[in-house]
Every structure is written in C-alpha cells, then in structure tokens.
Write a protein that binds this ligand. Structure first.
Ligand SMILES: Nc1ncnc2c1ncn2[C@@H]1O[C@H](COP(=O)(O)OP(=O)(O)OP(=O)(O)O)[C@@H](O)[C@H]1O
Ligand SMILES: [Mg+2]
Length: 344
C-alpha cells in the first residue's frame, strides 16, 4: 500500500510511539454489490447499487468522514465485470470514498441484480438475479494474487459473503480470515441468513458456525439465530456465541431491542420505532456500519449501539438501501453533538 503507513495498537504499542509520519487505519470488507431496482410506480424502476456488506461500508465510510475527516481507509473487496455497469459501479464506490484496490475484474461475468418489493408496512422482500455474478469469483482472483497484502485493522464479512461462494472458496476465505486474525486483525461478522442463497439450512448452519469460531465482533439478528440454530432466547444466543469464542456481540432483536455484550459486561437498549418507516432495506447494514465505525474510533459498545440504532431508524425513513449522501451527512452532522460519532 504505497503511501500508507500502518501501525497497530495491539501488542502494547500505541499510535504515538510509532516512528511513522501518519497513521492510517484500514477496514477491509468482502461482499457483493448488485444493481438494485426499486419500483417507483407503474412498473417504472429506479436503479442504484447495493448489497449488505457494501451498504455497511458506505455508512461506515460516511460516518468516519464526518467524524474524522480522514485517517481511515475502507476497502471494499469484491469482483465485477468489464462492462459499462461495472465501470459505473466502481466509479460510484470511489465517489463514496471507498478504496477499490481489492476490486477484481472478471472477463466473463457481470454484476448481479435484485428488485425490492415493499409492502404497506414498509417490510421488504427481494428477488435476485445473482447466480452468475462476478463477485462469486472473488476468491479465484485472490488465489491468483498470493502477494496481495490483506492487511487490515478490521475485516468485515457476512453470511451472504459466504453464501455466494462455492465450498472450496468458503474454506479459502476462512483460511484468509484465520491468517488475518493471527496477525491481529479484528474480525466482525453478521450472519445475515438468506435461505434462498444456501442449498440447505444445515449447510448455512455449518459454515456460519465456522465463521463464528473466527469472529471477534458478532452482529446477528435474533430471528436468524432462531431460524438457524433454534435458539430459545437472547441468553441462549449469547451463551453459544461466547462458547464459540466471540468476545463482543450485538443481537438485533427487533421490537425487543438490542442486546450487547462486550468485555465490560452485558447491556440492553430498547427499540424505538421510527416515526416514518417506509423501507427497511439496509436497516441492519447501516446499523453494522455505524456500530463498527464508532468502535473503530474507540467509542464504547453501548454508545455505539445507540448511535447505530439512531442511524438505522433514519435509514428506514428513506427508500432503497443507500440514503443520498448529502441527506445522510446532514443527519450525521445534526445528531453528532448527541453522540452519534463523537464523545464517550
Ligand atoms: N422500523 C424501525 N424503526 C426504528 N429502527 C428500526 C426499524 N427497523 C429496523 N430498525 C433498526 O435497525 C436495526 C436492524 O434492523 P433489522 O432487524 O432490519 O436488521 P437485521 O437483523 O440485520 O435484519 P435482516 O438482515 O433480516 O434485514 C434494529 O435493531 C433497529 O435498531
Ligand atoms: Mg441484516
């Protein structure tokens, strides 16, 4: 990474003792970004770009920008095609301030796409065309680039990142995650279970269990845990994640609120319904992005959950996954004094 000087805070060192000109922290996140089509009436569709991990990266990047004006790099790792839509996608990621040095280009494949249908209560469902998407080949490209520096302070991925890969590539990715973790990278994971992307629930269960065994920060929804693992309660989820070695977690439990655990103990935040919920797409993704951006800045877990919930409640008041940049930045700046990105 020419021009970047890395300095870890792990192992007893601190940023001020390093002999470098500046310190850049880096997030690497692996996922798939698709073309999103949202109906605006009469079978007319508005398009944009979205995908769970990508959405989290965008919200993380925006929050870091407003809080810090630099000092962090958020690198979105994926693969796209050589087509015009792929070019436009990469351009839009760069416009969002994401690092695209880990974006591979497939000669054969193109991006996937999905459509959002939203019911009267704002609850959404998706239809996907993604089985041949370029992102599914990301590990193939990584295998061909053994010298690529996968150095990061935080690595983020999801159950969807896993679901889109074949078994060999899943194992390859987990090996990379293991190696990064061994070098001190914090691993964050949201299982984001999507039944349609897996061959069977047992397959999802097996792979997601392996992901948890390498996870430092888990961000599951309670519903996913109940569906996948038959967990009877939040306490049951916490116990099982702890026994997998997860040290920090936030369980998004819908109207029951958010249940957290960090090295200082457990906490709970009640759910506050958004006044205006029109589309819940990316509620969980923005939650994860803002939570992680605050944790990266050293904010405590409980405060980070408060900020994340506030941001997610704002996101559900807007159509589609990604709220326009100026609108979201306006929100961040308005609420910053109350602690969304600053203060302990
Ligand atoms: N209607 C709403 N009003 C206020 N906040 C909401 C609303 N819907 C979602 N949120 C916020 O977003 C967070 C995540 O929501 P959600 O349950 O949709 O994510 P998830 O668990 O990732 O689900 P999924 O991956 O299945 O979409 C909630 O914990 C809550 O803080
Ligand atoms: Mg989710």
């Amino acid at each position: 990474m020419a021009g970047h000087y890395w300095c870890r805070e792990t192992g007893g060192g601190n940023v001020f003792s390093c002999q470098v000109r500046w310190v850049m922290k880096r997030v690497v996140a692996f996922g798939e970004c698709m073309v999103e089509f949202r109906e605006i009436g009469n079978r007319q569709y508005q398009s944009s770009f979205a995908g769970d991990v990508y959405n989290s990266c965008v919200y993380m990047r925006r929050a870091l920008d407003v809080a810090l004006k630099g000092g962090f790099e958020v690198s979105f790792m994926t693969a796209v095609g050589q087509d015009a839509i792929s070019d436009d996608m990469v351009k839009s990621w760069q416009e969002e301030g994401l690092d695209t040095s880990l974006v591979f280009r497939s000669d054969e494949r193109t991006p996937g796409l999905y459509m959002i249908n939203t019911d009267e209560g704002g609850e959404r469902s998706f239809t996907y065309w993604r089985t041949q998407s370029a992102a599914r080949d990301t590990m193939k490209f990584l295998r061909r680039s053994p010298d690529l520096p996968l150095e990061a302070d935080l690595f983020y991925f999801s159950g969807i990142s896993m679901a889109i890969l074949g078994d060999d590539d899943r194992a390859f990715l987990l090996d990379l995650v293991r190696q990064m973790r061994g070098r001190g990278t914090i691993i964050a994971f949201d299982p984001n279970y999507r039944r349609i992307l897996w061959h069977s629930i047992q397959e999802a269960r097996d792979w997601i269990t392996q992901c948890y065994q390498l996870t430092d920060i888990a961000l599951p929804g309670l519903e996913d845990e109940q569906t996948l693992f038959n967990r009877s309660s939040v306490g049951d989820v916490i116990k099982n994640l702890q026994s997998a070695g997860v040290g920090e977690m936030v369980i998004k439990a819908g109207e029951q609120g958010m249940f957290g655990l960090d090295p200082e103990g457990r906490f709970h935040l009640p759910f506050t319904a958004a006044e205006n919920c029109i589309d819940t797409t990316a509620a969980g993704d923005s939650f994860c992005g803002i939570y992680l951006s605050n944790r990266l800045q050293g904010l405590k877990a409980e405060k980070s959950v408060q900020a994340a919930a506030r941001a997610a409640a704002f996101v559900v008041g807007h159509p589609g996954a990604i709220v326009p940049r100026d609108v979201f930045e306006g929100f961040l700046k308005r609420v910053a004094p109350e602690g969304i990105v600053k203060g302990n």
